[in-house]
Structure formats: structure tokens, C-alpha cells
Design a protein around this ligand. Structure first.
Ligand code: FAD
Ligand code: MLT
Ligand code: ZN
Length: 473
């Protein structure tokens, strides 16, 4: 664009001059959470309503300018920041943060895309309901970002991914039209279910401006246990026992390797991480119960007793109160932050069948240890969903930047070959963004890729919606 001023003036007329940012430090919008890429935006635009979003999208379409929708910018795959060209508009949804309506009888809440997840959880809880999506970034990620990435988190084992929590969407299309699909219906078989196209589309098909989401009755009691287990096989056995005994009462089942926990001990020494020692893995598990706390405690204690007798649990603590439960969960949630403190790292977000997790880890660890002596494997994740963050940190004391530059490709090649061997996914919950585009092209079938491109072409024929994400140019 030769002269940007008339275009910027149009944007200012739509959202107000203070909400079109072009000067100063824009790194909050231009730099991704993992600090992997620092892009350059033509402008950061902050609309306050759906009609403002629609007008901004129309203005961009008319000027041939592409848009990168952005929520909390907590994504893990460099998908919410602009490229380095200085030609893309970052469309930040954070001013659209209202909870529009709550329907107690229908168990639904309608919320704007820029609402921070934790604010929605708290608003639901105040009315006696649970909005179960939960992840460590919940204090800053937004509902729009959660939907656009189909975020997972720590409650998927019971409530499913964000997709399963969504009944309806409001979307501004690439042409700047508003699709009001804010249905609270649980049954509606009237042709293609369009909401599912936009969920998980990472901003490449349209801008999500609001959603109608499911709520659940707040359980009477939620109990958390932290257990040490001798192996991943034992963790899988414990998961089976927990599912048999607790059924839908099992609402969280996370696994953490000892090295991951040692990073929490090192970088957050104020946290009291139980079971310092050589036990291979620890598990956080959560029971939710609609009868009473005594009932929940009985169920959990029976489970742990049987598991201790079986030998699949070595030791366990059960939180006595909410603050202890929070502290145990906080240990698990601090792992990505502890890893970031330790330095740049190679992240993987893989899924395989739960039953294959132990073999996946044993074989992959062995291959990486042999090829890259000293590389440190940071294993943790959502074992209940077969989803592991199989991350690799540079050898202690080495140059992490150089390690990433030189070894990320060969390490990825090992990990993703293993994912193929176990018929898994190269991205279970974080999405593709720009970071995994090449991997998507290599690991998705040509037929699936062809269908995806056809959908993209139909919904965004001029390729202005987050054009750098998902597909290679
Ligand atoms: P952003 O990062 O701003 O955007 C993510 C993608 O969505 C981008 O492609 C963007 O263009 C698109 N997008 C954003 N808003 C919209 C919109 N309104 N319309 C259309 N497209 C949009 N993820 C998990 O799945 N599970 C976890 O357990 C988890 N834990 C995390 C823990 C930490 C400490 C951190 C930092 C991240 C974690 N994440 C996790 C990743 C991240 O938080 C999620 O992907 C989250 O859903 C992103 O929300 P956001 O608002 O920050 O989106
Ligand atoms: C998590 O489960 O903690 C997240 O998905 C974040 C991460 O993998 O770093
Ligand atoms: Zn995760």
C-alpha cells in the first residue's frame, strides 16, 4: 500500500482513533507468547462491537489488506501475530468482552469473543454454574481464541474440548457479513453445521464475535489428589481404575514427568511439590461429585487404596481444602511457565491412543537420547485424553537458541515419525498456526488437505483472513 493514511483514517472512523494503534511498542500484539517470532503490524485495531468488526473487515477487504484476529495472544503456534511484512492488520477482540445473556433453564451462556476465560468461569460460578473449560492461560486467553483453536485443557476427560462446549456462534465472514448462529439448541439437523467449520479454524475463515456455550450445574464437591506412580504404564492403569470407579466423576487426569516437576521446583521454589525423588511420574487427578464432600472423599480414598495395593500408585496426597487443591493444580499448571523460564524449548503437542502413550515415550526418549546426548525431555500433559506435551529442552548449560536453530528439525522428525508410527496427531490441542504449517502438509492426507483448501477458498476467496496460518503459501 503506497499511502496508508486514507486506509488508517477509514479504520479510525469506524473504531475511534485511540483504537487504531500504529506507533510505539506494539510487542504485546506483535510478539507471540513463546517469543518465537516478532512480526510487524500495519495497525492494531480494537473494535468494540460486532458491527464495528464487520465494518473493519469490509474496509480491509476493499483495500486488499489481510487480517489476523487476536484474543489473548497466548497461542502456542505463532498463529495470532502478524508476519514481518508490515502489511497485516491485527484485529484485537479484547474490547468485546461482555457476557450478553445467561439462560439458567437452558444451561447456556452467550458471551462475546474477547471475554477472558477466567471472567466467564467466575461469572458462571457466581450463578451456581460451571463453565468447565480450564487451562493455565485462563487469566488471559479469550473465548474467541479458545474457539478458534478448539482449546483442550485439563477437563477434557469429562467435558470435551471447546468444540463440545459450543452450541452456537456469531461470526463476521471474510466478506464482512454477520452470520448470527447464536443458537442455544442442543438439536438442530438443518444441513451443514457451520459452527464446526469456524471452531478450530484459527481465524482463517472468519472472525468469531460471540458464542453460546454450555454450562453445567456446579458440583457439590471437587477433590484433588496428587499421586506418584512408578511408570507411565502404572499411570495408564490408574486412569483405567479411576474411570471404572468414578465414571463421569473423573474430571481431571494429568501426568507429569519428574524432570518437568524439577523445573517447577527450580524456578518456583515457593511451590511445595510433593514426592521429591526418583519416582518416574506424578499424576494429578480430580473427582467431582454431586452428592457430598464425604461421598467424594470416600470414592477417592477407595480408589487410591486399591491403586496402592495394586502397586500402580506409590504414594498419594489428597487436598484437604480448596486452597490445597488449587496449590496442587498450580504445580501442574506452572510447568509451561517453568519451562519458559528455563529457556527456549522445542514443544510438541501430540496425541496417540492412551494405551500407546508408554511405548511412545519409551521409544522416542531412547531415540532422542541417542541422537542428541544431554537433551532434556520434559513430559507432561493430559493423559486422560492421550495428549502429551512431549517437549525437549537444550542440554544443561548449552546455548538454547543454537540448539533450537540446529536441532529442532531433526528432533521434530523423530517425534513426528513416532506420531505416524502410532497413528497419532501432530497437534492435539494447540493448532497449526504458522509454526506447524510444514508439518501439516507432510502429515495430513492429500485428500484431507484438498478438502480443507476447498473450504478456505469458498469462505475466504481472497485469502485475507489470517493468510499465514494453517497452509503453506
Ligand atoms: P490467541 O493466541 O490470540 O489466538 C489463537 C488463534 O485463534 C490465532 O490463530 C488467532 O488468529 C485465532 N483467533 C483468536 N481470536 C479469534 C476470534 N475471535 N475469531 C477468529 N479467530 C480468532 N491450549 C490448550 O488447548 N490447552 C491447554 O492446556 C493450554 N494451556 C496453556 C497454558 C499456557 C501457560 C499458555 C500460555 C497457553 C496454553 N494453551 C493451551 C494455548 C492457548 O492458551 C490456547 O490456544 C487459547 O485457546 C488461545 O486463546 P487466545 O485468546 O490467547 O488466542
Ligand atoms: C499445557 O497443557 O500446560 C499447555 O497446553 C501448555 C503447554 O503445552 O505448554
Ligand atoms: Zn496442554
Amino acid at each position: 500500500m503506497q499511502d496508508k493514511e486514507p486506509f488508517l483514517e477509514t479504520l479510525r472512523a469506524i473504531v475511534g482513533a485511540p483504537n487504531v494503534l500504529t506507533e510505539g511498542d506494539l510487542s504485546a500484539w506483535e510478539l507471540d507468547w513463546r517469543k518465537r517470532e516478532h512480526g510487524k503490524a500495519l495497525a492494531v485495531v480494537r473494535p468494540a462491537s460486532t458491527s464495528e468488526v464487520a465494518r473493519v473487515v469490509q474496509a480491509c477487504a476493499a483495500a486488499g489488506v489481510s487480517l489476523v484476529p487476536q484474543g489473548g495472544n497466548t497461542g502456542m503456534v505463532v498463529g495470532s501475530t502478524p508476519d514481518a511484512s508490515g502489511t497485516q492488520v491485527v484485529l484485537s477482540l479484547t474490547r468485546m468482552n461482555r457476557i450478553r445473556t445467561m439462560d439458567a433453564a437452558n444451561l447456556t451462556v452467550t458471551v462475546e469473543a474477547g471475554c477472558v476465560l477466567q471472567n466467564l468461569q467466575e461469572a458462571c460460578e457466581k450463578e451456581g454454574f460451571l463453565f468447565p473449560l480450564s487451562l493455565a492461560a485462563e487469566g488471559s486467553c479469550t473465548i474467541g481464541g479458545n474457539l478458534a483453536t478448539n482449546a483442550g485443557g485439563t477437563q477434557v476427560v469429562r467435558y470435551g474440548n471447546t468444540r463440545e462446549l459450543c452450541l452456537g456462534l456469531e461470526v463476521v465472514t471474510a466478506a464482512g457479513e454477520v452470520w448470527n448462529g447464536l443458537s442455544g439448541l442442543r438439536k438442530d439437523n438443518t444441513g451443514y453445521d457451520l459452527r464446526h467449520l469456524f471452531i478450530g479454524s484459527e481465524g482463517t475463515l472468519g472472525v468469531i464475535t460471540a458464542a453460546t456455550l454450555k454450562m453445567y450445574p456446579l458440583p457439590k464437591s471437587m477433590l484433588t489428589a496428587f499421586a506418584s506412580v512408578p511408570s507411565l504404564e502404572a499411570a495408564v492403569e490408574l486412569l483405567g481404575l479411576a474411570q471404572q470407579q468414578l465414571h463421569a466423576g473423573l474430571t481431571g487426569f494429568e501426568v507429569m514427568g519428574q524432570f518437568a516437576l524439577s523445573l517447577v521446583r527450580k524456578h518456583f521454589p515457593q511451590q511445595n511439590v510433593p514426592f521429591e525423588g526418583d519416582d518416574a511420574f506424578c499424576v494429578v487427578l480430580e473427582v467431582s461429585d454431586h452428592a457430598s464432600e464425604a461421598h467424594a472423599r470416600g470414592l477417592l480414598e477407595n480408589l487410591l487404596e486399591e491403586a496402592l495395593q495394586d502397586g500402580c500408585v506409590l504414594d498419594a496426597v489428597v487436598a484437604e481444602n480448596i486452597s490445597q487443591a488449587r496449590a496442587l493444580w498450580h504445580i501442574r499448571e506452572s510447568i509451561p511457565l517453568a519451562q519458559a523460564q528455563e529457556g527456549l524449548n522445542i514443544k510438541h503437542d501430540i496425541s496417540v491412543a492412551v494405551s500407546n502413550i508408554p511405548d511412545f515415550v519409551r521409544e522416542t526418549d531412547a531415540q532422542i537420547a541417542q541422537a542428541f546426548p544431554g537433551a532434556r525431555m520434559v513430559n507432561y500433559g493430559h493423559l486422560g485424553d492421550g495428549n502429551l506435551h512431549y517437549n525437549v529442552q537444550a542440554p544443561e548449560g548449552s546455548d538454547a537458541e543454537a540448539f533450537l536453530r540446529d536441532q529442532e528439525k531433526p528432533i521434530n522428525a523423530i517425534v513426528y515419525a513416532q506420531v505416524e508410527r502410532f497413528q497419532g496427531s501432530i497437534s492435539a490441542e494447540h493448532g497449526i498456526g504458522t509454526l506447524k504449517r510444514e508439518k501439516l502438509a507432510q502429515h495430513k492426507s492429500p485428500v484431507a488437505l484438498g478438502l480443507m483448501r476447498a473450504i478456505k477458498l469458498a469462505l475466504d476467496p481472497n485469502n485475507t483472513m489470517n493468510p499465514s496460518a494453517l497452509f503453506l503459501p
